[in-house]
Design a binder for this molecule. Structure first.
Ligand SMILES: [Cu+2]
Ligand SMILES: [Zn+2]
Length: 245
């Protein structure tokens, strides 16, 4: 059975203000690192919580095994615990969140890669390192469902378009899908790198117009013409990854 490794790191920074008139601020950095081994039916999560208070580091490791849903709920419970910790209530600020996952070949290709999504200070940075491509320009998008089960990748649905706009170039004044990352170049060795930083996305926040969790990353054989509706006529879907944990 094929194993996919997901690494999710949540770094939480807690800032508190003393209630006296001096308003002295102290920072208590806490890191929650979640490593998930995922097979077709089961997940195993290793959650490491590191807390630094006044220079002292305490570390706690917890392991959960079960269905994807069970493990997801446990991980959410732990991260929520930190946000609702009474001693730091209302002063918790989530400043960094990181998810890393693998792009798998589709449509008979050898195209694969690693995608990293990092959230910091209200912005999400997308980084993809892809190989097994033909030399030249390729489209990459976020599609609407984290379902890469079909051989042609079409199970991931159409472009993620929570604002109901036309397909277009990223940032276009005439509209664009929130999943319209655009095109990138692959070199003669078939390798390409894509980066994008935006405040239009978030990781696991409550805003459905911004939340990329539960969506998919799709790489295409062809180039996005940035005009054709509804998806830029970019051809076959040659690599797919669900943005999930
Ligand atoms: Cu696409
Ligand atoms: Zn689009």
């Amino acid at each position: 059975m094929k194993k996919i490794i997901f690494i999710i790191s949540l770094s939480l920074v807690f800032a508190t203000s003393c209630k006296n008139t001096q308003k002295k601020e102290t920072e208590f950095p806490t890191t929650v690192e979640v490593k998930i081994d995922r097979t077709d039916s089961l997940s195993k999560a290793t959650v490491t919580t590191k807390k630094t208070v006044n220079g002292q580091v305490s570390e706690e490791i917890q392991v959960f095994e079960g269905t994807h849903q069970e493990v997801k709920e446990k991980v959410e419970l732990i991260t929520a615990e930190h946000e609702n910790d009474d001693s730091i209530k209302n002063t918790t600020r989530k400043t960094v969140k990181k998810i890393q996952f693998q792009l798998d070949p589709k449509s008979g290709s050898n195209t694969q890669g690693i995608v990293t999504l990092t959230e910091a200070d209200g912005q999400v940075t997308f980084e993809a390192m892809i190989d097994g491509l033909s030399e030249g320009s390729h489209a990459i998008h976020i599609h609407e469902k984290a379902d890469c089960s079909s051989d042609d990748g079409k199970s991931s649905g159409g472009h993620w378009n929570p604002t109901f706009e036309n397909h277009g170039a990223w940032g276009s004044e005439t509209g664009f899908h929130r999943g319209d990352i655009g095109n990138f170049m692959a070199n003669a060795s078939g390798e390409g790198i894509v980066t994008l930083t935006t405040d239009l996305w978030c990781l696991d926040c409550d805003d459905p117009v911004k939340n990329v969790m539960g969506k998919a990353v799709i790489v295409h054989q062809g180039e996005d013409d940035l005009v054709s509706q509804p998806s830029g006529a970019a051809g076959a879907r040659i690599s797919c990854a669900g943005i999930i944990y």
